[in-house]
Design a protein around this ligand. Structure first.
Ligand code: COA
Length: 178
């Protein structure tokens, strides 16, 4: 996994030095947490354990970048890829502090890692599995030229209101990437 740069962002390996900012800016953000699989962190120790887990994954094949703003070096979120080498497919996930929503940051980050996965790593498919109600995430995928490929009906329960919704699989194939 290599560090990446975009116009406004540095995408780089997470280190334990990022604990404070990841905890304050991201892991404790209730708005950001709605669509994440883990509960909002209450203690720094929870965030430390999560970083430990990511650091362990780096020893094998983990793809997890922190999203750092060039202008003030704040770490505002995380973007990652989970591999399924059998199909040369990688599933992406992304989230940032709600203070920074709707400024185009995650689109910029996702475009950069899609390029990396296709050009540098030779994956064939990049996919994202997105709850149907998460319009911001769907829009990010669309802005990165990913298309809605499949609907998994009633496979998602929103942890805030217990509503059951569909999951959408968005994907882009290497042969369609330019
Ligand atoms: C989803 C998320 C990563 C988007 O990050 P971001 O940096 O704000 O995304 P961008 O600014 O690049 O793009 C957001 C797009 O969604 C649109 N959008 C945001 N909220 C929306 C809503 N409720 N309905 C429709 N569109 C919406 C924005 O207008 C923007 O589109 P535009 O550029 O065409 O105007 C961010 O909202 C987040 O971290 N959410 C919490 C975690 C999460 O849901 N992660 C994804 C799990 S599947």
């Amino acid at each position: 996994m290599k560090d990446l740069q975009t116009k406004r962002l540095v995408l780089r390996k997470i280190t334990m030095n990022d604990l404070e900012e990841i905890h304050e800016n991201w892991a404790t953000d209730k708005i950001t947490n709605e669509y994440l699989t883990f509960p909002c962190h209450k203690t720094k120790d929870q965030t430390k354990k999560m970083i430990d887990f990511i650091l362990k994954k780096y020893e094998k094949d983990g793809y997890s970048w922190c999203i750092e703003l060039k202008e003030n070096h704040q770490v505002i979120g995380i973007i990652n890829g989970e591999t399924s080498y059998k199909y040369k497919c990688i599933e992406v996930g992304y989230s940032i502090s709600s203070k920074y929503f709707n400024k185009g940051y995650v689109t910029e980050a996702l475009q950069s890692i899609i390029h990396y996965f296709f050009v540098d790593c030779d994956f064939s498919i990049v996919e994202a599995i997105i709850p149907s109600k998460n319009k911001a995430s769907r829009r990010v995928a669309e802005k990165c030229n990913m298309s809605k490929e499949a609907v998994l009906k009633n496979r998602y329960r929103n942890k805030m209101n217990n509503e059951i919704n569909d999951l959408y699989i968005y994907s882009i194939f290497k042969e369609d990437y330019r």
